[in-house]
Design a protein around this ligand. Structure first.
Ligand SMILES: [Zn+2]
Length: 343
C-alpha cells in the first residue's frame, strides 16, 4: 500500500535516476523560470540533501535492513509539488520524493528566516506581490545562491530530512502493510511516524557527513529539531488535501520532539528526569523558546493563513491526547507488531 504525505498527485512525474540539476531542474520547474542564482541555489539544495540521505541509508542498510532481508529504495520524481510517499510491503519498500518538496521547503525556509527578528537575510523578507506565497512562488528575490543564508538552507535540509525519516518510519514500523480503517487510525499512523522520525533525527543528525551540518552543542540539536518540526508541520498542513488527517503543526512539534528526546536520553545527550511532569515541563519550555521566533515570522509571512487559531490548536491537542494516543497504542500492540522491522 502507498502512504502519501503532502499534495495528492495529479501525476507522479517521471522517475529520476539521479538528483536533478541544470536543464532537468528547468524541465521539472517549467513555470518557475529557475535561472542564474536561483538555479544555482536549487542545485545546492538537491546535492546536499542527496548526499546526506545517501550516507544515512548506506548505514541503515548495513546495520539494520540487510540482516532482516529488507530493502528500502528511494527515488526523486520529476514533479514540482510538495509530496513524499512510501509504498510496498513485506520488507520491500520504496520512498518517492517529488522534486518540488525540496524547493518548496527551501522557499518557505528562506521567507521565514528573512522575517525573523534581527535576521541577516532581512533583505529577502519582502519578495512577494499580493496574492503570491512562498509555497507557489520559489524565492523570486534571490539573485546569488549565498544570499539565502546558511540558516535557511540548514532549516530546509533539516525539514526535508525529517520528512524523509517520517516516510522511512512508515515503512520500518509496518504502516505500509496495514490499511487504516478511519481518520483516527490514519492520524495515529502519522503520529507514530512523527515520533519515530524524531528519534531518527535525534540519533543520526550528529553523524551527518558535512562538518557544517553536525550540531555543535546539544541545545543546537534541540533547536534544529523543534524548528524543522514546526516548518514541516506547517507545510504539510498547508499543502495537503488530507489535512483533516494531520494534527496541527504546534502539536506535531511535541510528537517529533518526544521521539527526539527518546534518542537524546538513550545517547546521554539530555538532562534526565525521574519525575515525568518535570520532564514534560522542561521540554515544553524548549518548544516555547525555540519556536517563538519562527512562529512570529510565520504570522508576518505569506503563509500566515495556515497558522491556525489558539482554539483550533487546543481542540486538536485534546484530540491528540484523548484519541490518537489510545488508537496508536492499540495498533502498536496489535497489527503493527507483526509488520515492523525486527531488531
Ligand atoms: Zn505520513
Amino acid at each position: 500500500m502507498y502512504l502519501i504525505d503532502g499534495q495528492s498527485p495529479q501525476s507522479g512525474g517521471i522517475s529520476l535516476r539521479a538528483y536533478p540539476q541544470g536543464h532537468i531542474l528547468n524541465a521539472i520547474f517549467q513555470t518557475h523560470d529557475l535561472v542564474d542564482g536561483r538555479l544555482a541555489l536549487s542545485e545546492v539544495m538537491f546535492r546536499e540533501f542527496d548526499s546526506e540521505i545517501e550516507f544515512l541509508m548506506k548505514e541503515l542498510r548495513k546495520h539494520r535492513l540487510a540482516k532482516q532481508g529488507w530493502t528500502i529504495d528511494r527515488e526523486f520524481r520529476g514533479n514540482d509539488t510538495f509530496q513524499a510517499m512510501v509504498g510496498g510491503g513485506e520488507g520491500q519498500y520504496r520512498i518517492d520524493i517529488a522534486a518540488g518538496t525540496l524547493l518548496v521547503t527551501l522557499s518557505a525556509a528562506i521567507e521565514l528566516c528573512a522575517l525573523e527578528e534581527d535576521s541577516a537575510t532581512a533583505g529577502l523578507s519582502n519578495q512577494y506581490r499580493p496574492g503570491e506565497n512562498s509555497i507557489r512562488c520559489l524565492f523570486p528575490g534571490v539573485q546569488e545562491p549565498d544570499e539565502a543564508g546558511f540558516d535557511a538552507l540548514g532549516l530546509a535540509l533539516d525539514a526535508c530530512l525529517l520528512l524523509y525519516f517520517h516516510e522511512l518510519a512508515h515503512a520500518i514500523h509496518g504502516h505500509c502493510d496495514y490499511r487504516p480503517n478511519n481518520d483516527d487510525e490514519a492520524r495515529a499512523l502519522e503520529s507514530d511516524a512523527d515520533f519515530n522520525a524524531g528519534t531518527m533525527f535525534g540519533v543520526w543528525v550528529w553523524h551527518l557527513p558535512a562538518t557544517y551540518r553536525k550540531p555543535k552543542l546539544e541545545e543546537d540539536m534541540y533547536r534544529r529539531l523543534i524548528r524543522a518540526s514546526y516548518l514541516l508541520g506547517t507545510l504539510l498542513k498547508a499543502v495537503s488535501a488530507r489535512s483533516t488527517e494531520y494534527h496541527h503543526p504546534t502539536n506535531r512539534v511535541r510528537t517529533f520532539l518526544a521521539g527526539g528526546v527518546f534518542a537524546f536520553d538513550s545517547l546521554g545527550k539530555s538532562t534526565k528526569f525521574d519525575d515525568v511532569k518535570a520532564g514534560d515541563d522542561y521540554w515544553e519550555q524548549k518548544i516555547i523558546l525555540h519556536c517563538a521566533s519562527i512562529k512570529d515570522a510565520l504570522g508576518r509571512s505569506t503563509l500566515k493563513a495556515f497558522q491556525g487559531t489558539e482554539i483550533d490548536i487546543e481542540e486538536d491537542r485534546r484530540q491528540m491526547e484523548e484519541i490518537t494516543a489510545h488508537v496508536l497504542n492499540r495498533l502498536k500492540d496489535g497489527p503493527l507488531m507483526h509488520f515492523k522491522l525486527k531488531i
